[in-house]
Design a protein around this ligand. Structure first.
Ligand code: NAD
Ligand code: UDP
Length: 340
């Protein structure tokens, strides 16, 4: 296949590009590096099966030549990232998704949307199956991400119904692994960065909130299976092994051997209390299930971070200085480009 991967310069996207190329597909990677890193794909650039288009998919998506599938991953994903880019996040979830659906329609190509467990908001049902419609605050700070993804799901389903686009939806639960940015503010990258830098681990709230953490290689296998399938979904993809944030901190301390203290900070607004996927549908329809346990996944991730001490030190300083936090001012140029 020749697959267009939007957000291919990011954490999940770069692993997806690699996985597709490993099995002989060619990849057109589209990214504007707003939250991705050129380094994530530097090793792929010279490969004849890899093309890169520096583009903002909220503005336009134009891929020369034939496309067999579109994997739409472009979007900020870390809460500090999307809270700093509220309008860009809404734009890429809405207009960006429409642009990618139009591309898929033009080529009669498979389309897979990387949606999120955040469509369940702060869930009132536990664990979360795909039939649960969620509990999202439509005007809270996180709504720029949650509602953008809910719209992205709605427009993907409508293109499937109205235009017969072969669109499928994946709801991805917290995924971690090599190539997360040390300063991206997500819990796994932050704890590993802080532990390796000998700094306190920042626990938001009382640390009793839960998440279910999936290792990146498992998750990417699920995306590839969905690209190969004609299923509409939505399917949850995640590892159902649920942990509290405090348990995660203790695991990271154990693996790194760090003696950092746990430092408590206020819980962010609308931070979900618990989250665990029901994955029966992905298991039955895609034959997919996660294989890497959290200890092994964290060990591999710590190894990757530990090999980059300068990035870790800079990341720890950025987290300490709150640079990953707070609203970013959108320049007039960026706003105009994104259509606002
Ligand atoms: P990431 O921030 O590392 O990657 C996102 C990529 O999209 C970056 O390379 C960024 O530069 C690019 N991008 C953002 N806006 C763009 C635009 N307008 N045009 C072109 N490129 C743009 O995040 P990630 O963790 O790799 O997440 C990838 C996708 O998976 C996202 O859609 C996210 O919502 C979804 N997802 C991820 C997780 C997770 O735990 N990692 C969980 C649920 C959903
Ligand atoms: N979290 C934390 N310390 C951090 C970063 C995050 O305690 O330094 C908490 C956060 O409040 C949330 C959980 O860890 O309850 C997962 O956060 P993350 O940003 O990784 O993902 P999401 O909230 O999108 O699930």
């Amino acid at each position: 296949m020749r697959v267009a991967v939007t957000g291919g310069g990011g954490f999940l996207g770069s692993h997806l590009c690699e996985a597709l190329m490993r099995r002989g597909d060619s990849v057109v990677c589209l990214d504007n590096f707003s939250t991705g890193e050129p380094e994530n794909i530097a090793h792929l650039r010279a490969h004849p099966a890899f093309e890169f288009l520096h583009t903002d998919v909220s503005v336009a998506v134009d891929v020369p030549g034939r496309i067999d599938a579109v994997a739409h991953l472009a979007s900020p994903a870390s809460p500090p990232d999307y809270l700093r880019r509220p309008l860009q996040t809404l734009a890429v979830g809405s207009r960006g998704t429409e642009n990618c659906l139009r591309l898929a329609r033009r080529h009669d190509a498979r389309f897979v949307l990387a949606s999120t467990s955040e469509v369940y908001g702060d869930p009132l049902v536990h664990p979360q199956g795909e039939d649960y419609w969620g509990n999202v605050n439509p005007v809270g700070p996180r709504s720029v991400y949650d509602e953008a993804k809910r719209y992205a799901e709605a427009v993907s389903a409508a293109y499937r119904r109205s235009h017969s686009v072969n669109a499928g939806i994946l709801r991805i639960f917290n995924t971690y692994g090599p190539r997360m940015r040390p300063q991206d503010g997500r819990v796994v990258s932050s704890f590993i960065t802080q532990a390796l830098a000998g700094e306190p681990l920042t626990i938001y709230g009382d640390g009793k909130q839960t998440r279910s953490f999936c290792y990146v290689d498992d998750l990417v296998r699920g995306i590839v299976a969905m690209l190969d399938s004609p299923e509409a979904g939505p399917f949850n993809l995640g590892n159902p092994a649920e942990r509290t944030v405090t348990e995660l901190a203790e695991l990271v301390l154990g693996i790194t051997g760090a003696t950092s203290e746990l430092q408590y900070h206020p819980l962010p607004v609308d931070d979900p209390v618990r989250r665990r996927p029901v994955i029966t549908r992905a298991q039955e329809r895609l034959g997919w299930y996660p294989e890497v346990g959290i200890e092994e996944g964290l060990r591999r991730t710590v190894e990757w971070f530990a090999a980059r001490p300068r990035d870790v030190a800079a990341g720890a300083a950025a987290i300490r200085g709150g640079q990953q936090d707070g609203p970013a001012v959108m320049s007039a140029g960026t706003a105009a480009e994104a259509g606002f």
